[in-house]
Design a protein around this ligand. Structure first.
Ligand code: FAD
Length: 594
């Protein structure tokens, strides 16, 4: 969705919103760490996140890649910066076509700074000389598809600042009129350059309104994280530093911790003043760090973790092509990125009911999916690659995960268990200790409020429901016992399959079962999670492959533990089991005498 639409929606509800800027890190490891941080920060539900375009186009490919991953895998509304420096029109269009094809609708259109070593911006042959031309080009060639943001300068652009006192009134005014031209040409949001004098920003804001700029003007807040960085940035941008800020920093400038704490305090006070003027959006230059951004937002009361609500049980995608998607099979609940990458080529996404869509054609499972991060692999290596004497060792590892003793799981991309699992983890530990090796589960929920911090999702004022679900690997003998027991229980449905494809089930191949649903004011019933036997048969290949791809392969070739893992993989069945009686059924107690 376009950022302008999101801002307008939030304004209609009188909501204060915030957004985060990141820049492309220099190393591969830095990029991985950034994704991890973005993932955590996306949980705070920013309105959007943006990624800068390195000076002189130095990070073009990486910026594109990060923007696409932010939108499609981190599932946060993304805005890509794009500059004219060293960019002939065909390159600009290639970048825009690339993000359009990946469902991104937001661009921050900039002229850009000269590349390192040059002091003046030089128009490249076949390129543009200023952001205004870029805005005009985007509107002319892409119509209304993109939301366009442009840069605004509360103290005037640095080129217009020629003395210590700042820009002359004339230069400042000329800069403002030029900003209006960018908006008149089609920009719909302005994000400002960093500043530390809030009064100057508020003056700029009013001056913009005076000359007829009516679009949202979002203040760019750069928390001070360390003194040297602060001096460098403010020197480069010719930013005015109020005396009280300079005085506060001087005695603590060599104490990074104190500087960060002051930065959080200052950022908070600046935002408070801005919000008090009725401005409802703040944009934080995170510098790829989360502490200061989090501190400021927490001080402002904008991120109360206990009040963060999930729009759906899974993080909904922001890609415009997936905008309507609201139903998914439960099997990938702990592997959302794998699900997204396996469905990336779909043209239609299930909406309303799973069963209404065509039989889905999933893409192949590559055993190295996006964000199979080094840190996660390291954790799996530490926690799971241990000597195993027999299958009991495997049972213990699975049980330890459910007990919270270990945090990683080869079948999960997420860290630790979902909060709702707290309701059943004692039972899960027992089940796993008996050799029912769970890879996915949810407790039964019978009409809890949709704002429940553990099981809630959707908008306010609703009630949510779930059928208890458990999915596990187990030995064929155990499956026999389970099948016998289920015969006497009409409320339990299951489907089981081995790695060779032998199947046992008490449901039909097309029986789709809604296992999570919600009732909300003035809405039809939402049913975001289903058990679908067709998808289960696709998922099972991935689930079985995971024994090797994400666990067994981490052992040395001739390690005896690896053979035990291989035997389990070859012999065991994967079972998906639903207790349909979400009021009185107890599918977890049901394992007691198995
Ligand atoms: P423009 O809007 O083209 O303006 C540049 C200057 O030229 C202004 O002073 C303007 O008044 C003047 N000017 C240009 N054309 C005219 C005209 N026709 N008539 C009158 N005056 C004119 N840089 C990067 O390299 N990568 C980034 O990702 C990046 N992100 C940024 C994000 C934000 C929010 C901001 C505020 C800046 C960012 N920059 C980035 C820095 C930016 O590229 C520089 O400040 C650059 O020097 C100007 O870019 P601009 O888009 O503001 O240029």
């Amino acid at each position: 969705m376009k950022v302008i639409q999101k801002i307008n929606n939030a304004l209609a509800q009188n909501q204060v919103t915030f957004s985060f800027e990141y820049f492309p890190p220099r190393t591969e490891e830095g990029v991985e760490n950034l994704y991890e941080r973005m993932d955590r920060m996306a949980g705070l539900q920013p309105l959007f996140c943006d990624i800068t375009w390195g000076a002189g186009g130095s990070t073009a490919d990486l910026t594109l890649d990060i923007a696409i991953k932010m939108q499609n895998m981190i599932c946060v509304e993304s805005m890509m910066h794009l500059t004219c420096t060293n960019m002939p029109v065909d390159k600009i269009d290639k970048a825009l076509d690339g993000i359009k094809a990946n469902g991104i609708q937001n661009v921050l259109a900039l002229r850009g700074d000269p590349p390192h070593g040059q002091d003046k911006f030089v128009q490249v042959s076949g390129g543009f000389s200023c952001a205004l031309d870029l805005v005009k080009h985007i509107r002319a060639h892409y119509g209304d598809y993109f939301g366009i943001t442009v840069a605004g300068y509360p103290e005037a652009h640095p080129d217009a600042i020629t003395s210590e006192e700042g820009a002359t009134e004339e230069a400042y005014h000329k800069d403002l009129l030029y900003l209006k031209e960018k908006v008149d040409a089609g920009a719909d949001v302005i994000i400002t350059q960093l500043f530390y004098d809030t009064d100057l920003f508020l003056k700029f804001y009013n001056d913009c309104r005076q000359i007829g700029i009516t679009c949202p003007i979002v203040p760019g807040i750069m928390p001070i994280n360390n003194y040297k960085g602060f001096k460098r940035m403010t020197g480069f941008c010719k930013t005015k530093i109020p005396a009280e800020v300079a005085n506060a920093l001087e005695p603590i400038k060599d104490d990074d911790k104190a500087v960060t704490a002051y930065g959080i305090h200052l950022g908070t006070e600046m935002c408070k003043k801005i919000l008090a003027h009725g401005i409802k959006n703040v944009h934080i230059y995170t510098l790829n760090l989360d502490k200061s951004a989090f501190g400021i937002l927490q001080n402002l009361g904008l991120v109360d973790i206990s009040k963060i609500r999930r729009p759906l049980p899974w993080r909904p995608p922001t890609n415009i092509n997936r905008a309507k998607e609201d139903v998914r099979p439960i099997f990938w609940a702990n592997r959302p990125r794998s699900y997204i990458s396996r469905t990336v080529t779909w043209e239609d996404f299930p909406h309303g009911k799973w069963g209404d869509t065509r039989s889905p054609a999933y893409g192949a499972y590559a055993d190295y999916q996006f964000l199979r991060r080094r840190s996660r692999n390291k954790k799996i290596q530490e926690e799971w690659v241990v000597p195993l004497n027999d299958v009991k060792g495997i049972y213990e590892l699975f049980a330890n995960y459910c007990a919270g003793k270990i945090k990683s799981h080869p079948w999960s991309e997420l860290e630790g268990l979902q909060p709702e699992t707290a309701k059943i983890n004692t039972k899960l530990v027992e089940i796993n200790s008996k050799g029912f090796l769970t890879v996915n589960s949810q407790p039964a929920v019978n009409g809890e409020r949709s704002d429940s911090p553990t099981v809630g999702w959707g908008g306010p004022g609703g009630y949510v429901y779930q059928k208890a679900y458990v999915e596990f690997f187990c030995a064929p003998e155990k499956l026999d016992k389970l099948v016998e027991k289920v015969k006497g229980l009409s409320s339990v449905t299951y489907i089981a399959v081995s790695s060779k494809g032998e199947t046992r089930a008490n449901i039909g191949p097309n029986d789709v079962n809604a296992v999570t649903w919600g009732v909300f004011p003035a809405k039809e019933i939402l049913q975001p999670t289903v058990v679908d036997p067709v998808s289960f048969m696709v998922w099972k290949d991935e689930a079985f492959q995971t024994w090797d791809a994400e666990w067994g392969s981490l052992y040395a070739e001739d390690d005896a533990s690896k053979k035990i893992i291989q035997e389990v993989k070859d012999k065991y069945f994967l079972v998906s089991l639903v207790e349909n009686d979400f009021i009185g059924g107890d599918c977890f107690g049901f394992f007691e005498d198995l």
